[in-house]
Design a protein. Structure first.
Length: 275
């Protein structure tokens, strides 16, 4: 990856983080922790990996992204705004009664949103259907689904894993956001879903590991996913909950809490200092 591309991805990730903070602060509610942990992943997907067209969001041959951990919608909306699907000024309306930016993704009203999600486990199942449809219709688009590590405690996630392997959906890629924390605490203490690598391998998946905050690592992981034939791929993305805001990092309390005015100002200043 050349330095120009790396600089572009870092800036997009920082702007996505600023968008996340703006949304949850304006709404006085939302989920900043898990949104911040996927900002770099979304930057890489939208600005390097996926084939999409903001001028034609329903383009039939586009790549698809399903945010299965739908409560981190602020990250998706910020990425869509950064890519040009929606106006950046609309982020301020997050969760307000007259806004189309609901607390969870809504494909009917949000340009660029490929699936309505929220109930954990449903998004990955929908992504399997999209991938199978592509296979049947001999389309070359790819389908990506971002899955939460807490979400991986849902049985439906593993049913979808069995389905995808059975139908050899090599056009499907899960990205597991492994930040180790869910709303009730560490995943290993709430309902331990690890080891993810062995479990996905047991279901017949190609397993790739990556640093969720290192673009070179992400580049290598997504290249490996595209190269794999005959089976779906899961990228186990090791991340930090609240990444980019020091007082939110690895703090479970920031799973679903909005910053107050002082916290918001401090968080924005910290991110802008890296730009």
């Amino acid at each position: 990856m050349n330095q120009k591309k790396l600089k572009e991805l870092k800036k997009a990730a920082a702007d996505i983080r600023l968008g996340i903070l703006e949304e949850v602060h304006a709404a006085s509610s939302g989920h900043p922790g898990g949104s911040l942990s996927i900002a770099d992943i979304l930057s890489y997907l939208y600005f390097s990996e996926m084939k999409v067209d903001p001028a034609n969001p329903d383009w039939p041959d586009r790549d698809r992204l399903v945010l299965s951990k739908g409560h981190t919608a602020p990250a998706l909306y910020a990425a869509l705004a950064e890519k040009g699907f929606i106006p950046k000024e609309d982020l301020k309306g997050f969760r307000s009664i007259d806004s189309y930016l609901q607390g969870h993704p809504d494909m009917k009203h949000t340009p660029g949103c490929d699936m309505t999600t929220g109930s954990l486990g449903l998004g990955v199942s929908a992504s399997c259907g999209m991938a199978l449809s592509g296979k049947i219709r001999k389309k070359d688009y790819r389908v990506y689904a971002i899955v939460g590590d807490g979400e991986s405690e849902e049985g439906q996630v593993w049913e979808s894993a069995m389905f995808a392997a059975h139908y050899r959906l090599d056009n499907l890629c899960y990205i597991l956001d492994l930040n180790g924390l869910q709303i009730d605490g560490p995943i290993a203490e709430v309902m331990n879903p690890t080891p993810h690598d062995k479990k996905f391998e047991g279901f017949g998946w190609n397993v790739v590991e990556a640093d969720a905050h290192d673009f070179a690592s992400l580049e290598k992981a997504f290249a490996a996913a595209r190269k794999c034939k005959g089976k779906p791929t899961v990228i186990i993305a090791h991340s930090v909950k609240g990444k980019g805001v020091s007082f939110m990092e690895n703090q479970v309390g920031w799973h679903g809490k909005a910053p107050n005015d002082d916290e918001y100002a401090a968080a924005v200043a910290e991110i802008k200092a890296t730009m």
